[in-house]
Design a binder for this molecule. Structure first.
Ligand code: FPP
Length: 248
């Protein structure tokens, strides 16, 4: 499947989420330090953003750094933070020119202050753009997200601004990091593992899953099209029977 073969744009996902796994193994197989694997992971980020923008996909959410990644060796964590700072400095102009709206989700208070400042600047600068919404999950964990939503709702109850009875699925949803975004239609995970690894636990309830053996630095747009082709032939039932779908 190439872009010439996307005959029905309605069969494309509206929101794509990606777990970019395999940078470390990519580097090790070449006898290189892990940090060079993360560096090699920038090119597929660019090509994925470009392809999603070109196809008119509304939302792309990338898992760049998980709550659990803090326990990696200190040099690796510092190297990743430096890479995020460098990439933001280098890429934001071009993203802005391409009308990409950039935002970040995760526990910002744990990130280096210079990175947090650049993140805020990029968000403010691109806030009015009407192209692809690119969401980068940094210091993010699905359990952290649900926990912080619960805390926000509990605070509203404690302050008398909300009743306990009003806490339902939509109230929780409204306090999650991706509040207001449609749930991902398609999750892509590279690197051969078949798990969610504490990514968007709440939001992935009905998401179609595409697992690839390719290590993230080798993931290219041809494979992204393969993921879209896989998605296009899925029948999404949201808990209903196949017969109900035929009628509806
Ligand atoms: C997982 O591979 C990857 C990460 C923890 C970092 C992801 C970061 C990038 C792709 C860099 C660029 C991102 C942005 C948004 C600028 P791993 O290290 O767990 O690989 P392994 O499983 O082979 O060890």
């Amino acid at each position: 499947m190439s872009d010439q073969h996307i005959s029905n744009p309605d069969s494309l996902p509206r929101h794509v989420a990606v777990i970019m796994d395999g940078n470390g193994r990519w580097a090790r197989r070449r006898g290189l330090p892990r940090r060079l694997g993360h560096r090699a992971g920038i090119a597929p980020v660019r090509s994925t953003v470009e392809t999603c923008g070109k196809l008119g996909i509304d939302y792309l959410t990338l898992f760049a750094f998980s709550s659990e990644n803090w326990s990696r060796p200190r040099e690796e964590v510092t190297g990743l933070m430096r890479l995020f700072v460098e990439s933001l400095r280098r890429e934001v102009d071009e993203l802005h020119e391409n009308r990409v709206r950039l935002s970040f989700v995760g526990a910002r208070e744990r990130l280096p202050v210079n990175l947090v400042r650049l993140m805020g600047e990029a968000e403010r600068r691109t806030a009015g753009n009407d192209g692809l919404r690119l969401i980068i999950a940094t210091a993010y964990g699905g359990r952290w997200d649900i926990g912080q939503a619960a805390r926000a709702l509990a605070a509203e109850v404690a302050e008398g601004r909300r009743s306990v009875e009003s806490i339902d699925e939509s109230a929780v949803e409204s306090r999650l990091a991706l509040a207001g975004c449609p749930d991902p239609d398609l999750l892509i995970r590279t690197g051969g593992e078949r798990r969610i690894s504490n990514f968007l636990l709440w939001n992935l309830a009905y998401t179609e899953l595409f697992f690839s053996e390719t290590l993230w630095p080798d993931f290219d747009s041809a494979e992204l099209y393969e993921a879209f082709a896989y998605f296009a032939q899925r029948k999404r039932r949201y808990g209903r029977t196949p017969e109900q779908l035929e009628v509806g």
